[in-house]
Design a protein around this ligand. Sequence first.
Ligand code: MCN
Ligand code: MOS
Length: 764
Amino acid sequence: MTPRSDVLTESRTKRGDAGDGRALGARITRVDGLAKVRGAATYSLEHRPADLAHAVLVGSTIAAGRVRRVDQSEAEKAPGVRLILTPDTIPALKTASNWLGERPSEGPYHALTHEIGFQGQHVAAVVADTLEQAVEAARLVTIEYDVAPAVADLRDSRAGAGTEVEAMTIAWGDAEAALEAAPAKIRREYTTPREYNVPIEPHGLIAEWQDEDHLTIWEPSQWIAGMARTYAEWFEIPYENLRMISPYIGGGFGSKALAYSYGAIAAQAAKLLGRPVKLAVTRPQTFTAYGGRAETRQEIALGATLEGKLLAIHHRAANETSTTGTWVERCGGTIAIMYATPNFSSKHRVVPVNTVLPSAFRAPGENPSAWGIESAIDELAYEIGLDPLAIRLLNYAEHDHQANLPWSSRQLREAFAAGAERFGWSKRSPAPRSMRAGSQLIGWGVAAGTYPMRRTPGQAIVRLLADGAVEVLSAAIDMGQGTYTILAQTAAEALAVPVERVAVRLGDSSMPWAPVGGGSQLANLMVGAVHKAALAARDELIGLALNDPKSPLRHLQANTLPVGDGRIGDLEIGAFLAAIGRDHIEVLRDTFAENGKSADDPFKTYTTITGGRTTTDNGYSAHSWCAHFIEVRVDEDFGTVRVSRVVSAFDCGRIFNPKLAESQWKGGIIQGIGQALLEEGVVDRRHGRVINNNLGDYLIPTNADVPDIEVISVGVPDFHATMLGGKGVGEVPIVGVAPAIANAVFHATGKRIRDLPITLDKLI
Ligand code: MCN
Ligand code: MOS
């Protein structure tokens, strides 16, 4: 359902600004907040089309092999059953292109296949009149398999070495020779387990065909254009005939940017039945319906002078991927740019195992990369007898050594300083096990984090309405990060109206193109487009006032025509528009292209990730930065770890809404606490099965696990990074949290944990 302006109007906060042109940067409460807590916000799966049928998935119980036979005879007889799809009966679709816009094959796409590559892979789907009937009938489907040996995970001895990813080889100087000659060195292995996004709203969709080539999909989506393209290509219908609707999303953390096979199955069922079909992926199924963060392994060797100055970084990394596709969890990202070193070498391998294809989870790549280097640099500090903060400052990278370019801005030194000051780092007693409170060992750790500034353009329409209100429209999305709010603030700022007068509509493919709501880019790109469009709308209004033959303001000069708060000059905008015979003014603008021109090939630009500018393409290397200072308390007898204090300082450039950015930072830190202490997909080696596939067993932090978190902004506007000077906020906060906690645990206990999560069995 499209976001209704009435819902948004009702939910607007009364604590907005007064239309004084300073809306951007104000601590405004989320404009969609009230609608959400009152239940007035309609999520995709709450849509209620008439005659809705329900699909339920049947998953493979084996991790590798072949479906020999599906016996659906019992299920067919069950009450209410309308359709059973199996590898034998599901019609073929066309293979869709990937997010690079490349079609991996020209052949058909089968959403259900006989070949089994992982446990939980969809093998059949049962569609019935009610959910209960479909659930019951799905239990009656029996499947016979030919079982093949499976490789459970990266640590499985049968996993092999995999394949080197050439594009991930990064090198300068001669790391091996420099390491050999270095007077101080360490060589260690760091690992992270399989981790899952687990947004609070599980996945799923409702698919409804209007006629044989018009399809509407209600599905939570971080990328309206990209997912709409996939559905359109699968079913070979024109992109314009595909309507994708996703006004509200209960979190995604990277997992809702692509269309998955269950989407194809539901849309296929809807087409075959001529009825709308709803497919709600259950929580256990979300662990195999799409991938979380791949398991990683990194071997890091650091060579340094006896004073702690880095001479070489040598890095060999690997991540698991599926047997049918390639996911690269780029472990070379953070390690290549965080510290100054004259010699560097990083290589990366992918190792196929029997898992669903892993995918993006908040700060993919940068997150495990920071786990490695921020642990290793800490180990070197203790080895040499240097303070962990001092070694980071000693090796501070004054420019990007990988790209050999200046930073667009890097307030990381300021972040270290502000964080250390608020945390009281100078009071730290250096030796491990030297701080305690009764049976609690106290440890203080520090680590840095970073995330690149990605830049794909996006479009927005700004409308000035006769009643002085403003509308903003874009197919961008809000999954909780605050897009509705900051875009309202942007239009309010540019047009000098109160935020309450701006209605923002998002999440609909019939609106202007927008990039993926991922990679921490959406805020800056869309704020840029809306700002441009709002200023252009204002200029158009003034132009009409000065030039339109019917304008009552024709005799005035441009500089005596202020626009603001629903007025132009001394006229109400409505009265003015009525006088010139218009009922609104509408302007479309694009983040990068000028004068309302679209990108050269909008379809390619917005439905793939290839239309963007790189992190370095204007001669500056643009990234967000952060420094985390964390205190842990470790119970000496039980080995339990509690995070008791967090102070983190961020350089994310100009902040559009400190209240929301702080909430993003705290959320990322909390997810980092989960990664450090709790999160781990436990794989049963015998069956290749994720056994803790539910929120009772896959642990994430709850309130009792989270202490007070203090976040500080040290950013300055960075116009080399983006148009309005902001940098990315959403992902950088999770980067560096786990190593800061591991470093604190080492300081508390003298025990170094290099394998996440840090559980008590590893400590005692
Ligand atoms: N912001 C700001 N000033 C800036 C930049 C951002 O005030 N200079 C604030 C705004 O409120 C903006 C938010 O931070 O809406 C996030 O902006 P940005 O960093 O551009 O990130 P995106 O809008 O692209 O959001 C995606 C990002 C990613 S990639 C993941 S993963 C993630 C995250 O956001 N998943 C989230 N934050 C999440 N927050 C919630 N509640 N749920 C998720 O699933
Ligand atoms: Mo975020 S993992 O880029 O959606």
